[in-house]
Design a protein around this ligand. Structure first.
Ligand SMILES: *Cc1c(COP(=O)(O)O)cnc(C)c1O
Length: 475
């Protein structure tokens, strides 16, 4: 039953046809899977098969049992969260990566992987306007990259004592971010051993950006109390509303107090490829580290996070391990990326990035990003003009935050009304969007960033949102 090489060749050809068909028919699937909890699980046998099964049987089950439980992230009607984009070039590269099945932990285990990673990270760094003092490494997620930043900051501050002696030997470290920052920061602070209570969330201004005047005050008060300010995590594009923290003002405070400055640009970093958007990250040269996810908006399928850091020596010293079985004669002359992050084993992720950048070209990517933002701008305009809808936060890039607010509905019913609106929209399978809270108010988030989204999809979504909303207010 086990596939042989010739069967593999035949099935691979069939599968590529299936892949192309899937992508060309993707709009026929409900965007958000419509299954109930447990529905997939209970269809699957309790025991694995003792004997191998024919590939066709497995693939039939995939189509019949698994596919209905898939949410279609590559649908152009996917407007939820932030996109996890792919592209044809990225998919093809991923097939090669899987075929090579190489482990890219050290240079010797695939020199081309290490050197292509170094080169593509230079390309990316220059593309998004980071100064050449940064070096990059590919991580699995932004959550992991931010954890690397916190751990490196910890080791630099403790002169590498915490790695030796544990946190018992350390003073009380404090980490700062805004009240709007991504949940991964809190998770990372907990994992790094600082404790959630030592993550200080600074209030934001009317644009939902961190207030540097308050940051300054809190840092001074912490120092006076004998606590040790360790790291500030600023957001270039918060997840909730794509608010932009003022990097220059924050960076200056960090420099003054000797604090590690980490920038989380997980989604918005891609837009920094556009010279006209770089003003959002003015002052980024003051950062010690920076993360963005090509696996969000940059057409490169998950996972691919670009982590940039100035002090690579500190990064490597934080993570380095050298057991006998990993020693090689090239140590020190080449990048052994296992020392640049947490996992030892690493996928060959630079390959898909290289394929995407080369196949789309810088201008091709820029044109798509501008197109995405023009559609967001169009939608923003529709919402501002509509008497029964309101914009809930300033639009900076490709995310529009809004809610339904008919004049006859009292304020205390708006939350229920908008939650009902989201649920009805998502249950329809026609589109998928998610909600957030802006200053406590339920807000719909609509992101126009999927690789293949076109104006007609956004227009259809907007039309449908208005239609569903009007039926809700009638009841
Ligand atoms: C998506 C996002 C993250 C988390 O990204 P992962 O790669 O899934 O860990 C962190 N910060 C911001 C601002 C994000 O938008």
């Amino acid at each position: 039953m086990e596939l042989n090489l010739e069967e593999f060749r035949a099935k691979a050809h069939e599968l590529v046809d299936w892949m192309a068909d899937y992508l060309s028919n993707i709009e026929k699937h409900p965007v958000r899977s419509q299954v109930k909890p447990g529905e997939i699980f209970k269809q699957l046998p309790d025991m694995p098969p003792q004997q191998g099964e024919p590939f066709d049987d497995i693939f039939t089950d995939f189509q019949e049992k698994i596919l209905p439980g898939i949410t279609h992230w590559q649908s152009p009607n996917f407007f939820a969260y932030f996109p996890a984009n792919s592209s044809y070039a990225s998919l093809l590269a991923e097939m090669i990566t899987a075929t090579l099945g190489t482990q890219c932990m050290i240079w010797e285990t695939s020199p081309a992987a290490a050197e292509l990673e170094e080169k593509t990270m230079h390309w990316l760094r220059d593309l998004i306007g980071l100064p050449p003092s940064f070096e990059g490494v590919i991580q699995d997620t932004a959550s992991t990259a931010t954890l690397c930043a916190l751990l490196t900051a910890r080791e630099v501050k403790s002169e590498f004592r915490v790695n030796q002696q544990g946190l018992q030997s350390a003073p009380c470290y404090r980490v700062y971010c805004s009240t709007e920052t991504h949940s991964s920061i809190e998770k990372d602070v907990k994992i790094a051993g600082f404790g959630k209570e030592n993550l200080v969330k600074i209030e934001t201004d009317e644009k939902l950006a961190l207030r540097p005047d308050l940051l300054q005050k809190v840092i001074e008060a912490d120092k006076a109390a004998g606590l040790v300010p360790l790291c500030v995590v600023a957001a270039t594009g918060t997840t909730s509303t794509t608010a932009m923290d003022p990097l220059k003002a924050i960076g200056e405070i960090c420099q003054k107090h000797g604090i590690w400055f980490h920038v989380d640009a997980a989604s918005a970093g891609t837009a920094m490829m556009l010279p006209e958007e770089r003003h959002w990250q003015a002052g980024v040269s003051l950062a010690d580290s920076y993360v963005f996810n090509p696996h969000k908006w940059m057409f490169t399928n998950f996972d691919c996070t670009a982590y940039f850091v100035k002090n690579t020596e500190a990064l490597v010293r934080t993570f380095t391990i050298l057991p006998e079985y990993l020693k090689t004669k090239n140590q020190g002359q080449v990048n052994d990326y296992r020392d640049w992050g947490i996992p030892l084993g690493r996928r060959f992720r630079a390959l898909k990035l290289w394929f995407v950048i080369r196949n789309m070209g810088v201008e091709g990517m820029q044109a798509k990003l501008r197109h995405h933002m023009a559609m967001a701008k169009w939608l923003e305009h529709q919402i501002v003009q509509h008497p029964d809808f309101e914009l809930m936060a300033p639009r900076t890039l490709n995310l529009v935050c809004f809610r339904y607010h008919p004049r006859n509905v009292p304020a205390n019913q708006l939350e229920a009304l908008n939650m009902q609106l989201i649920q009805t929209l998502n249950d329809s399978g026609k589109l998928y969007l998610t909600q957030t809270k802006v200053r406590g108010a339920v807000t719909l988030r609509l992101v126009t960033g999927q690789t293949y989204v076109e104006q007609r999809h956004v227009e259809a979504a907007w039309k449908y949102i208005q239609k569903v909303a009007s039926t809700l207010s009638a009841v």
